[in-house]
Design a protein around this ligand. Structure first.
Ligand SMILES: NC(=O)c1ccc[n+]([C@@H]2O[C@H](COP(=O)([O-])OP(=O)(O)OC[C@H]3O[C@@H](n4cnc5c(N)ncnc54)[C@H](OP(=O)(O)O)[C@@H]3O)[C@@H](O)[C@H]2O)c1
Length: 324
């Protein structure tokens, strides 16, 4: 089979197309004939920094759509040939991917394989950020970093569906701000000026919920943008600064809370919780309430181009690799 392999960490050029044997599923696993693979920022981090990479060489790829090829021992409730979307622990940039059975989801009725590949990581993450962890209440305001990206595009729509009073995004360019405003955001601010913009937009009050996948200085500025009783959810470290720490001085005076979320950890440690979450999230895609626009699609062999686009901070919505 064809796969994209990384033998050394580095720039997009280390994503090389290779011919290799198709993997077989072990107990509790499923082999999928991949049609499309979603591209995630976590894969850029895996390629460049070894984020969650166990050893070299490795095949990146955390989410796929396709058809069940083979079931490992003990797997029930799935059938060979069935159309599925799946979260992978890597290995998605390939014609055959082996994934844990617990992270394989039948494609919802009316959803095609292209859209199905956009769902597995983004939608449960966005749902958890707004509901299970962020606990957004009707009428509350929310500020989302990376608003024009894959997760950001879904989060804005989910916030609106949850009855948010105001949905604000933060992005790195005017073009992304325009995209965010067209996809559910009331307004989108630029990275350099968002603290003042939030103060202006909220009359100095601040927002009730901040969703932060950037970390470092941006996370600190997000904390300062919170209203009384506000919550911040940290779910990434795109900025690459060291792990954040927050203590009593930042939290007590304004009664703030800080929480975290990782869909990959949920898949590894609490697969039943992920299945419940994914069920709730996918239902919104199936009934058309949430749409994840695919803004660029590349053949598998051109995975490096997709990474260049995302890393260059010019991508919006969801990027896909066409595999099958
Ligand atoms: N914890 C979880 O469960 C989970 C799950 C999925 C994704 N995530 C995180 O959510 C974020 C979005 O993921 P995605 O796959 O949907 O990617 P994406 O948003 O489509 O693309 C990457 C995003 O990162 C931002 N970015 C890139 N370089 C950056 C930098 N140096 N500093 C600050 N921001 C930078 C870009 O926003 P701007 O250019 O507008 O700043 C862009 O929105 C990533 O940080 C990812 O790790 C977390």
């Amino acid at each position: 089979m064809r796969a994209i392999q990384v033998s050394e960490l580095g720039g997009p050029e280390v994503l090389r197309l290779v011919e290799t044997g198709a993997p077989r599923p072990g107990p509790g696993e499923v082999a999928v004939d991949v049609l499309y693979a979603g591209v995630n920022f976590a894969e850029v981090k895996a390629r460049s920094e070894g984020y969650r990479v166990r050893s070299l060489p490795f095949v990146p790829g955390l989410e796929v759509s396709g058809r069940v090829r083979e079931l490992g021992a003990g797997v029930e409730g799935l059938a060979v040939g069935q159309e599925v979307a799946a979260m992978a622990e890597g290995g998605g940039y390939a014609e055959v991917a082996v994934v844990p059975a617990a992270a394989v989801f039948p494609v919802p009725e009316g959803v095609g394989p292209r859209t199905a590949a956009t769902l597995p990581t983004v939608l449960p993450t966005a749902h958890a950020l707004i509901h299970e962890v962020g606990r957004l209440q009707p009428g509350e305001s929310v500020l989302v970093q990376g608003a024009a990206g894959g997760v950001g595009t879904a989060v804005g729509q989910l916030a609106r569906l949850a009855g948010a009073g105001a949905v604000y995004g933060v992005v790195s360019s005017e073009a992304k701000a325009a995209y965010a405003r067209e996809h559910g955001y009331d307004d989108a601010f630029l990275t350099d000026s968002f603290p003042e913009d939030v103060r202006r937009a909220t009359g100095g009050r601040g927002v009730d919920l901040v969703l932060d996948p950037v970390g470092g200085r941006t996370l600190r500025q997000g904390l300062d943008a919170l209203a009384l009783f506000g919550r911040l959810v940290s779910y990434g470290n795109a900025g690459g600064e060291g792990p954040w720490q927050v203590g009593q001085p930042e939290l007590y005076p304004a009664a703030r809370s800080v929480a975290g979320f990782s869909v990959l950890s949920l898949a590894a440690d609490a697969p039943e919780a992920l299945r419940d979450l994914a069920g709730r999230a996918f239902a919104l895609a199936a009934n058309g309430s949430v749409k994840l626009p695919v803004t660029a699609e590349f053949p598998l062999a051109e995975a490096a181009e997709a990474h260049r686009l995302m890393e260059g901070r010019t991508s919006t919505g969801k990027l896909l690799l066409r595999v099958g």
